[in-house]
Ligand binder design. Sequence first.
Ligand code: NAD
Length: 501
Amino acid sequence: MGKDDAVDDAIDEGMRLVEQLASAGHLDRLFIDGEWVLPLGHGRAAVVDPSTEETIAEIARGNAQDVDEAVIAARRAFAGWSVSSPQDRAALLDRVHSLILERAELFAQAISLEMGAAISTARGAQVPMAAEHIRVARDLAGSYPFLTHREGVAIMREAIGVCALITPWNWPLYQITAKVGPALAAGCTVVLKPSELSPLSALLFAQVLHDAGIPAGVFNLVNGSGLEVGAALSAHPDVDMISITGSNRAGILVAQAAAPTVKRVAQELGGKSPNLILPDADFPRAVAAGVAAGFRNVGQSCSAPTRMIVPRERLAEVERIACEAVSAIVVGDPRSPQTTHGPVANRAQFNRVQEMIDAGIAEGARLVCGGPGRPQGLERGFYARPTIFSDVHTRMRIAQEEIFGPVLAIIPYDSVDEAVEIANDTVYGLGAHVQGRDLAAARAVAARIRSGQVHINNPPWNPHAPFGGYKHSGNGREYGVEGLQEYLETKSILGWQGEPN
Ligand code: NAD
C-alpha cells in the first residue's frame, strides 16, 4: 500500500471513529452515575484536527451543575467502593486493561486525530504506555499493604474520598490512566475532566470503564472548560482531592480555588528538563538520544529534555550530531506511516513555538537547524520545524521558559560544577538526564540535580518510577507505589491489639 493509500485509509478510519462516537450519542453526553447523560450546560467545544486546522467534531460541555451531579454520584458510590475488596478492584482494573488493549487501534486513531500524534507514536507509545498505568494499578490493588502494624499501632491506609482529576492534551490517555488507575485501585471514586482540546480518547475510555462493569458513580466524566468545569471541581466542598496535570497557570488557579475547602491538591506542572552530557559520555549516542527524547511527541512532554548542557570544547561536534539526528525526523501528516513527527497539537501551541523561536533569534542564540515557520511543503496545519539553538545562555528565555514544542537549546559549560548549576538554574524540577561512561560520576551528578526524576544514559521508560516535580514543577508523585499513595489517607489506630489481618 502506498503512502497516500495509507493516509486515505486512515482518514476514513478517523471519520468512522467520529461517526461512531456521534451515533452512540457520546459527543453530546457526559458519563455520570453509570449512564451517558445529556448535560445541563448548553455549551459546545470544537475538536480541531491539528493537521488540517479543521473542526472534526463538537462535544457537549458540562457546567457547574453537571459537576454537582457528578460529585453527588461519586460521593454516593464512595460508600461501597471504598470498602470493596482490593481483589475486586484489581479484577475491575484487569478488565479495563484488557479492553484498552483490545481497542488499542481505536484509541490510537482518536489520539492521532485530536492532538496530531504521528500514528506510529500513538500506536507505539501513547496507547501502550497508557495501558501500563492500569496494569500497574491493578497489580498494586492486589498487593499493597493497606493495613500494617508498627510498635503496637495499626496503620490503615484508606481511600481519601471523591477525587477530581484534570488532565491535559499532550498524552491524553496516558495522563488519564496515570490518575484514574491508582485512584480506583485505592478505593476512591472519581470525576474526570479531560482537556477540552482532546476529548475523543476520554470518551472511548469512559465507554471502556462502562463495559468493564464499573459500578455506577465510581467513575464519572464531565467534559468542559477549565474555567467552568475545572474551577467548579477545584472549589467543590464535597471533593476531597484534586489532581491536575497541566500548565503552572492552571495548577496555581486550582490550588487557590481548592484552598478554602482544605482538599488535598496534587500538581503535575511544567518542566524545562536538562540533559547534562558529561565529558566522558559516548557523544554520538548521547546527543542523538537526547535529540530524540527532546523532540519526542513533538516536544510536547512536560519532562522533555530541552536543555542540552555540553562541554564547551565539544560544542561543534554536538551541533553536528544533533543536526544529523534532526535530519532523520520526518514531519508530516500524522496518518502517514512514514511520519515520525506530526503537527503540534493546537493553534495556541503553534503560536507559542513560533514566538519562542523568534525570541531565541532576538536574544542572540545561534540557530543551527530549523527556524520559524512551517517545514517546506506543509502550508496548512500546525506544523513546526524541529529547531536547535546553540551557544544558548542560561538567562535567555529559551533556556528558562517551557516551550512545549520541538525546540532544543544547547548550552555550553566549562566545568562539571558549572554544568550542575546550569541544570538547576530554572524554576522547574521535573525530569533530567545525565550521560557519562563513569557510572559513579554520573550517579553523583544525578544526586545533585534538583528534580523528581533523573535518567542515566537513556534507560527505557518504567511505569514503577515515581514521577513528579520539585520546585514549580508541582507537588506529589504519580506512577508506581507513590502514585497509589497519593490517593490514600493514613489512619493510625492505637489499642488495636490482636493479630494483623
Ligand atoms: P492547561 O493548563 O491549559 O490545561 C490542563 C488542564 O487544566 C485542562 O483540562 C484544562 O481545561 C484545565 N484547566 C485550565 N484552566 C483551569 C482552571 N482555571 N481551573 C481548573 N482547570 C483548569 O495545560 P495544557 O495546555 O493542556 O497542557 C500543557 C501543560 O501541561 C504544559 O505546561 C505541561 O508542562 C504540562 N504538563 C505537565 C505534565 C506533568 O506530568 N508534570 C504532564 C503533561 C503536561
